[in-house]
Design a protein around this ligand. Sequence first.
Ligand code: IPE
Ligand code: IPE
Ligand code: MG
Ligand code: MG
Length: 325
Amino acid sequence: MDVDDLAGLLSLPNLARDLESIEERLDASIQHGNPELVDPSLRVIHGGGKRLRPVLTLAAAVAGGGVIDDNVLQGAAALELVHVGSLVHDDIIDNAATRRGVTTINAKEGSEHAILVGDFLLSAAGRICAAISQEAAATLADAISSLCIGQSLETSTINDPSRSLDSYYRSIDGKTAALVRASCRLGAQAARVEATTTDALGEFGTAFGMAFQIVDDILDLTSTSAKLGKPAGNDLREGVYTLPLLLLFGRDETWRDSLPAAAQDEGTLAALVEQTRESGVIDDAAQIAYDHVSRAEDALGALPSSEQREGLIKLPRWYVDQTLA
Ligand code: IPE
Ligand code: IPE
Ligand code: MG
Ligand code: MG
């Protein structure tokens, strides 16, 4: 995501400057730690993430009628810290060796150490939000709690070929959409906008977050490790059956029989991926992502009109279009 493109789309002319300020805040937030915690944290923080959640925090503050002040910038940094911390933990769970194009902490320093680094990052986020307001601290805690619930739902269906669509949707709502919702809500809360506006921005974030995870799940099947900066095909390899596969099983359940082999053998995995393309379920999954995009657009309908509201409305479709192109 090019910063100039985003700044134009969202009508946030100072976006590049604000993102630089957030980088400084990320670094500052963990400096009290020891090198064993700080160095691997910095490696992942600066690995090259899209910074989508902080951008949403800034954009939500302004689209809600507020301004980007110190509290909003701090809130944006906190959201990225929760995101990075949760990725550090996620890579342990998913046995992933790369993230943002760099070696994961579980792969380099070991999983036991990665647990501590993840906790350290989450605690840095908590400290920031406690200084913004009680409300902000509660928003952050709720998001982390939802993340645990969503991830544990996923874990409980690992290697389960009868995983239901409902269970999939509940899992991604918790593990991903909740943090995107919190990114928007925290921006609004830190900028002290009205409660109804905060709720509308939260609904927008939830719907965008659902679309976002569905797109990530599609890319896991269709993209390459080099493009993603993380191991492609890993969901299937780890027994996480996501939307395209669940749609495929819904059409022809005999494909479920190839799952044990797909986890072991790259040839069977490639055949299953090819089948998701040929059968059209990738397109169906993309359509479901676009349904969530439409919901996100509708959620902002009642906000007072502004260039920034129009920009935020355009963001989910722009993101999904360019990511799936
Ligand atoms: C990855 O999020 C985790 C998911 C929720 C799919 P991002 O795709 O935003 O990761 P970065 O921050 O750009 O690395
Ligand atoms: C999102 O799910 C993980 C979190 C919300 C922490 P994934 O497991 O699909 O994320 P990636 O693909 O590893 O980034
Ligand atoms: Mg993962
Ligand atoms: Mg993924």
